[in-house]
Write a protein that binds this ligand. Sequence first.
Ligand code: PEP
Ligand code: MN
Length: 332
Amino acid sequence: MIIHTHANADAAEVNKLAVSTQSILFYNGEHHVLVTPSKMQEPPTGFDSIIDQFWPMSSDLQLGSKTYKSETREIQLGDVTIGGKTNNTIVIAGPCSVESESQIRESAEFMKRMGITALRGGCYKPRTSPYSFQGLGLEGLKLLSKMRDEFGFTIVSEVRDATHVDHVIEHADVIQVGAKSMYDHGILRACAKTQKPVLIKRGFGTTLQEFAQAAEFVLSGGNPNVMLCERGIRTFETKTRFTLDLCGVAWLKENTNMPIILDPSHALGYRYGISDLSKACVAMGIDGLLVEVHPDPSVAKSDAAQQLYHDQFEQLLKDIKPVAEAVGKNLV
Ligand code: PEP
Ligand code: MN
């Protein structure tokens, strides 16, 4: 259950209510917000004078649920707003990894020409092998900051583990929590302490409920700016890298209040179908599309098979435009 207290509620009474309901308590700028374990369905007696409103919940998808907020959260990504009353679908693009200054500069110049406002590049890569390229770390984040300063991008970069989460929060504008890292409570709790937008990717073996609950760690720590990213789950199929769960996207749209970003690149794992999949994603009326693009994918140090060549990305933007228009979305 979520409880809002009156704006002027006595702090000692609010604390008493939090203790007696075993709640997580935070202030949202207007109200004290208490989130109790979901099995509690009614506030305890004796606190009527401080309670403004309460919402019983059917599961621990609480702050992120449509029951609590029926409209999708509005999130500011630089000059672009997504969610809320907007009909915007943001395209977030860039290479899988920042590899060198010349590579990220070439990417940045191209993205600028394409009208892309959110440049994404990983500096701490969650590789499946310790012998693969692990990312440039802080040096890569500094290169991304340079690209923001020169070109005005909103920078999206990922956190692999809690050891460098503060660096990513400091240097990036949007914190991406990777599919393999979304259960790391050190990361989630650090992301809760900033107000920067957080993009959480769904683990490939994660149920929708677990995915939504990962977001609750950030929301209940006081950061309302959380986006969910579906990037494919593991199924019996081996011809594609993962299976993009569009049924799951329908469920997230119906039940959660967070903007939804889709990542066809990691789901398919191969360049050939990214444009088709992107059309399917955009047709679902999502808030954002995340695509991996590299100046020369043949030499990419990570995810080489799935990153698009520049001309393919240019074509993709043309391909998704009529689909966005057909579903009443503006590509931004
Ligand atoms: C990535 O975005 O480059 C990445 C590693 O993705 P995921 O966490 O979805 O595997
Ligand atoms: Mn990648």
